[in-house]
Design a protein around this ligand. Structure first.
Ligand SMILES: *[C@@H]1O[C@H](CO)[C@@H](O)[C@H](O)[C@H]1NC(C)=O
Ligand SMILES: *[C@@H]1O[C@H](CO)[C@@H](O)[C@H](O)[C@H]1NC(C)=O
Ligand SMILES: *[C@@H]1O[C@H](CO)[C@@H](O)[C@H](O)[C@H]1NC(C)=O
Length: 315
């Protein structure tokens, strides 16, 4: 038992020292006082951060209850003064409408676009966005109502029109609904014409101006295209050569002289001089013919020589 006593004594001594230290630590605070719990504020709760003791200079901030918003310019915190009282604070939370709705055609005017406190009866004003113009017979304002909802806004800004799209030669512009900001128009061509370009365009905003997104297309006369032959079907028929072998489509109404003016565009298979086509044989063919004639003459002569030779021998 005895060996335990010195240890117990040491523990006691240590405990006493700790107590003394604690007292020393607490004494100056006790001297500075304690403000106690901060005052109750309507529609707000103090953020105590789990503390129960609030010495001098302690600052407590309140948070507004849900549905309530801090009134701008009013304080939302208290400070412990002289260690015995909290600084003055007045009610600073009030019921408020939400931030006003975002409208497609209008934006909130200053300073409403920088606020979040809109008590009952608040009135805010909008201004038209680019591409829209004000309809002066309608109100551009909304009110925070009794139920803390905003009054329904009128459509007090109307879409501005794009410039007149004009006309397409040999074609048609189909205005689907109107030519106002955001709408589209479509293009088509009359029969016998083909559309070159875009088939539709939109009324869009470029900078502050409404313009058509795409230029008008062109309606070009459809040309009769004769299929380009894989092999030449007619070689020696002048006149038809060009229209059947021309790489570029030739129009039916094109005059013959015009057709003949483009012999360079005939395929290599075609004769290059259609005007002389019928009278002229190809170089190769005439050579063969001359050769055949020569051979025939030589063979004939030889036969004749042999006949005369045989006749002379027998006679
Ligand atoms: C707090 O308000 C009371 C009463 O309105 C006033 O007498 C006192 O001076 C104010 N104290 C401070 C610190 O503003
Ligand atoms: C709260 O808002 C209402 C309506 O605007 C106003 O009459 C009242 O004074 C406000 N309350 C406070 C504490 O400011
Ligand atoms: C215009 O467009 C609408 C909808 O695409 C279509 O029903 C109508 O037939 C078109 N009108 C003309 C003239 O092309």
């Amino acid at each position: 038992m005895s060996p335990a006593w010195p240890g117990a004594r040491a523990v006691l001594r240590l405990g006493g020292l700790t107590l003394l230290l604690l007292l020393l630590l607490l004494c100056p605070q006790a001297a500075r006082g304690d403000c106690g719990l901060p005052p109750d504020i309507p529609n707000a709760q103090p953020d105590l951060e789990g503390l129960t003791s609030f010495p001098e200079q302690s600052i407590i901030t309140y948070i507004c209850d849900p549905g309530f918003i801090k009134i701008p310019g009013r304080t939302d915190s208290v400070i412990c003064l002289n260690g015995n009282r909290w600084s003055n604070i007045t009610e600073f939370c009030n019921r408020s409408c939400n931030v006003p709705p975002t409208l497609l055609y209008a934006s909130l005017k200053k300073p409403y676009n920088q606020q979040n406190y809109f008590p009952l009866g608040s009135i805010v004003e909008y201004e038209c966005r680019l591409g829209y113009r004000r309809e002066h017979s309608l109100s551009g304002k909304i009110t925070c109502l009794q139920n803390f909802m905003w009054s329904e806004p009128d459509e007090f800004c109307k879409r501005k029109p794009c410039p007149n799209p004009g006309e397409i030669e040999n074609g048609h512009i189909n205005i689907t609904t109107d030519i106002l900001y955001g709408s589209s128009i479509t293009f088509s061509c009359n029969t016998g014409y083909e559309l070159v370009g875009e088939t539709s365009s939109y009324c869009v905003l470029v900078g502050k101006t409404l313009v058509w997104s795409d230029p008008l297309p062109e309606c070009k006369e459809i040309v009769h295209v004769t299929p380009t032959p894989q092999k030449p079907t007619t070689v020696n028929v002048p006149g038809t050569v060009v229209s059947s072998a021309s790489q570029k489509p030739a129009t039916v109404k094109a005059p013959a002289t015009q057709s003949q003016a483009v012999p360079q565009e005939t395929t290599p298979f075609q004769t290059r001089s259609p005007t002389k086509g019928k009278e002229t044989l190809p170089v190769g063919a005439s050579t063969i013919v001359s050769g055949l004639v020569a051979v025939t003459i030589i063979i004939g002569s030889l036969i004749l020589v042999r006949i005369f030779w045989d006749y002379g021998k027998s006679g």
